[in-house]
Ligand binder design. Sequence first.
Ligand code: NAP
Length: 303
Amino acid sequence: METPTYDIIVIGGGPAGMTAAIYARRASKTVLVLEATACGGQIINTPDIENYPAEAHISGFDFANKLYEQAKALGAEFKFERALSLRDGGLKTVLTKKNSYAARAVIIATGSENRRLGLENEDRLIGRGISYCANCDGAFFRKKTVAVAGGGNTALEDALYLADVAEKVYLIHRRDSFRGEAATVEHLREKKNVEFVLNSRVTKLGADKRLSSIEVTDIHGEVTELKVDGLFVAVGRIPENRDFSDVIELDAAGYAVADESCRTRSKGVFVAGDNRTKAVRQLVTATADGAVAATEAIHFLNG
Ligand code: NAP
């Protein structure tokens, strides 16, 4: 079977990848975007983006859709297949489950995935009481009891959002101080239905068909059972670079090592967005990476 060949393959159809596709097409390069699920990445879970320049309010879904339409209209090709590996033999080959695609340059823009707690039955209970997205699933827990696990901004904002929806919210964090913003912690302390469970971790999930309780263990080893209808896990994210680790260098946390040029150690392989080593992971820095990575790829192709 012949392998279709492009100038640039973009792995990942989030804001970074789709921006890269736009820049590459405007330089008349042939572009394939490979997306494992749906275009947009994690931003599609954000109900209202307020910090993207010149867009005072836009939903993540609408933002992603506009980017997709823009890239399509410029001639980027999209295929909804998960890239399973990347081989670099001058011409680069990307393998999916059923197909292989080749390109002279590749931009890896795979973003990150939710970190799991790593508890027994956690995967089985997703959608049956366990969620990684309060904005997406919070409404299912109206007037119910929920817990949020984590101490970063995502956990704090999730707890704040859920406090207005659910009857009761436990905020469970493994330390007694928060990584997230102090102002949000203060807002939470003002909410009468939010209970802080600090110096504690969720250690067991109680469930039959659905989650019905959680076991929480504090730093002294004391175990408490909490009856909950839902558990929102917000313990950070993991970059999705594992499948490409033989071609690009990863740091200890799994981020693809690349500076602001988005170049990796392999010539013609670039990385853009949240899966790259960088200080600020925001929508605007993801799209900026897409522009930089595509521009670098274009220079590489033009020699
Ligand atoms: P994060 O800042 O990495 O926080 C993860 C939290 O989960 C930390 O409190 C961490 O505890 C805890 N944690 C990690 N692994 C755990 C485990 N195995 N068990 C229990 N707890 C665990 O992640 P995030 O909240 O998703 O935020 C990611 C980035 O996006 C951050 O830079 C954040 O500021 C940003 N963000 C910004 C906004 C905003 O600006 N409005 C909103 C959301 C997110 P420790 O603190 O003890 O390490």
